[in-house]
Design a protein around this ligand. Structure first.
Ligand code: UD1
Ligand code: MG
Length: 453
C-alpha cells in the first residue's frame, strides 16, 4: 500500500507574489502539476495534497486531477506540522508514505522509483532522496555514515559553520514506513531558528534512516524564489530541446528558443533563433520556423515557412508561407499553398487552397475561397460597433489594393473588386465591383493657379 503526500500549504514568502508558490508556472505548467506528474506512474492508493495558504486557488487549479484528497493545514507551522495533519486520516494505514515537497518540479519518475526500491530493500523506517549540490545554501544537510545510514538532517539556518560545509543535501522527498512515522510525529518540536515543526527532525527519532543519492543534482532543485524558478526553467528548457535535437530537430542557437512539453515535431525541422512555441504545437516535416516567431496551440503542416510572425490557436496547412510580420489570430484555418505576407492580420478566417494575402491587410471573420488574391491593403470591416459580421469571397476572385469590404457581405466567384473601393453590397459571380469617385483631370491647371508660372 502506497500513499503520497504533497506539501503545498506554505506561504512561499520568498516568491514575493500574490500567486501561491506552487501555482507559479514553469514552461506553461504549474509547479504542483509537475510534481504530481512526476509520481503519475506509481499508482498510489491515496494522494493527499496538504493545502493552507490560498488553498482555494490550488484546489481550483487541480480540480480536474483525479483521486486527490485535499487536507487543510491551518496555520502553517512547518513541514512536520503539515504531515501531522494526516494522523487522524491515516490512523489505520499500514503502508508506505511517500512525501514530496510541492516545490521540487524537475524530479524524474525513475528517481522516485529508485528511492522506493531502496526503501523496500533496506527495510528502513525512512529513505531520503539526497544530492550533492555545489552551492547548497538554503537546503537541509544530510549527515550519514559510510554505509548510507542517516543520523540527522540539519536545516541550513540551524547549521554551524562546520556543518554548512557538508554539501549532501535533502531534496525534500522521503519514503516513510507510516507505522513508524506516526509514532514519532507527535513528538516533533519547534525549537529551531524558524520556530517551525520540521519534518526533517523525524529522522533523529526514527531507528533506521537511509538515503538514496541521485547523480543528477539538477532534478532535486527546490524553488523558493523567482531566481530559482528561472534556473529550473532553464534546466527544463534545455532538457526539452536536447530531447528533440536527439530526435532530429535542428535548433539554430538553442538557448534563445523556448518550447513546451506538449510540442510535437516531425522530420527535418529548423527552429531559428528567438522562436517560442507554447502549449500544444505540432510542426510538420521540413518546416522552417523563425527567427523571432511565437506560435501557441497551433498545428503547422509540412514545408511551412514562418518568419518574424505570431500564430495563435490556428491550423496551418502544407506549403504555406507566413510573414514577415504576420499575425494569425485564433480560429484561423489556412489551407495548403497559401501565403500570408508582410503586415497582415488574420482573425477567425478560413483561407482556402492557393490563396494569397501578401501585404498590409486585415481579414476578420472571413471565408475566403480557393485561388483568391487579396490585394495590398484590403480590409474586411467586420465590426459595426455592436456585432461582428462575416465576409465571404468565392473562388478565383481578386480584391484591388485598398478595398474595404463592409460586412456582412458576400463576394461571389471570379469577382474583381476595383482598387480603392468601399464595397457595401454583395457582388455576384463573375462581376466587377467598384465604388470610387470618377477621376477628374483638369488640363493646364497648374499654370492657371500657380502665380510663379
Ligand atoms: C525544505 C526542507 C529542507 C530541504 C528543502 C528541499 C524542511 C524543514 N526543510 O526546506 O531540508 O533541503 O525543502 O527543497 O522540511 N509547506 C507546507 N506547510 C508548511 C510549510 C511548508 O505544506 O507549514 C510546504 C511548502 O508549501 C513547500 C514545502 O512544504 O512546498 C517545503 O517548504 P519550504 O518552506 O519551501 O521548505 P525549504 O525551506 O525549501
Ligand atoms: Mg522549498
Amino acid at each position: 500500500m502506497l500513499a503520497i503526500a504533497i506539501l503545498a500549504a506554505g506561504k512561499g514568502t520568498r516568491m514575493k507574489s500574490s500567486l501561491p508558490k506552487v501555482l507559479q508556472e514553469l514552461s506553461g505548467i504549474t509547479i504542483i502539476e509537475r510534481v504530481l506528474n512526476s509520481c503519475n506512474s506509481l499508482k498510489p492508493n491515496k494522494t493527499f495534497i496538504i493545502v493552507g495558504h490560498e488553498s482555494m486557488k490550488i484546489k481550483e487549479k487541480l480540480r480536474h486531477s483525479q483521486n486527490l484528497t485535499f487536507v487543510n493545514q491551518i496555520p502553517q507551522n512547518g513541514t512536520g506540522h503539515a504531515i501531522q495533519q494526516l494522523l487522524p486520516i491515516l490512523e489505520n494505514f499500514q503502508g508506505e508514505l511517500l512525501v514530496l515537497n510541492g516545490d521540487v518540479p524537475l524530479l524524474k519518475e525513475n528517481t522516485i522509483g529508485n528511492l522506493i526500491k531502496k526503501h523496500r530493500s533496506s527495510k528502513a523506517d525512512v529513505s531520503i532522496l539526497s544530492a550533492r549540490i555545489l552551492n547548497p545554501k538554503g537546503y537541509g544537510r544530510v549527515f550519514s555514515d559510510n554505509n548510507g545510514n542517516v543520523d540527522k538532517i540539519i536545516e541550513d539556518s540551524d547549521c554551524t559553520e562546520n556543518e554548512l560545509k557538508n554539501n549532501l543535501t535533502n531534496a525534500g522527498i522521503y519514503c516513510f514506513n507510516w507505522r513508524k512515522l506516526k509514532e514519532v510525529l507527535p513528538n516533533l518540536s519547534d525549537t529551531n531558528k524558524q520556530k517551525e515543526i520540521y519534518l526533517t527532525d523525524a529522522i533523529q527519532l526514527l531507528e533506521l534512516s537511509v538515503h538514496y543519492e541521485t547523480d543528477d543534482p539538477e532534478e532535486v532543485m527546490g524553488i523558493n524564489d523567482k531566481w530559482q524558478l528561472s534556473i529550473c526553467e532553464e534546466i527544463h528548457q534545455k532538457r526539452l530541446r536536447v530531447h528533440w535535437m536527439k530526435k532530429g530537430v535542428k535548433f539554430i542557437n538553442p538557448p534563445s528558443s523556448t518550447i513546451s512539453d506538449k510540442c510535437i515535431f516531425g522530420k527535418d525541422i529548423v527552429i531559428e533563433p528567438n522562436t517560442h512555441l507554447r502549449g500544444e504545437v505540432l510542426i510538420g516535416n521540413n518546416s522552417h520556423i523563425g527567427p523571432n516567431t511565437l506560435i501557441e496551440n497551433s498545428s503547422i503542416g509540412n514545408n511551412v515557412f514562418v518568419i518574424y510572425s505570431i500564430v495563435k490557436n490556428s491550423i496551418i496547412g502544407n506549403n504555406v508561407e507566413i510573414g514577415p510580420y504576420a499575425h494569425i489570430r485564433p480560429e484561423s484555418n489556412i489551407k495548403n499553398n497559401c501565403k500570408i505576407g508582410n503586415f497582415v492580420e488574420v482573425k477567425k478566417t478560413k483561407l482556402d487552397e492557393n490563396s494569397k494575402v501578401n501585404h498590409l491587410s486585415y481579414l476578420g471573420d472571413s471565408e475566403i475561397g480557393k485561388n483568391v488574391n487579396i490585394g495590398a491593403g484590403t480590409i474586411t470591416a467586420n465590426y459595426d460597433g455592436y456585432k461582428k459580421h462575416i465576409t465571404s469571397i468565392g473562388n478565383n476572385s481578386n480584391t484591388g489594393a485598398n478595398s474595404v469590404l463592409v460586412a456582412p457581405i458576400n463576394i461571389g466567384t471570379n469577382v474583381t473588386i476595383g482598387a480603392g473601393s468601399t464595397i457595401t453590397k454583395n457582388v455576384p459571380n463573375g462581376s466587377l465591383g467598384i465604388s470610387r469617385a470618377k477621376q477628374l483631370t483638369k488640363p493646364n491647371w497648374s499654370s492657371k493657379h500657380n502665380p510663379n508660372q
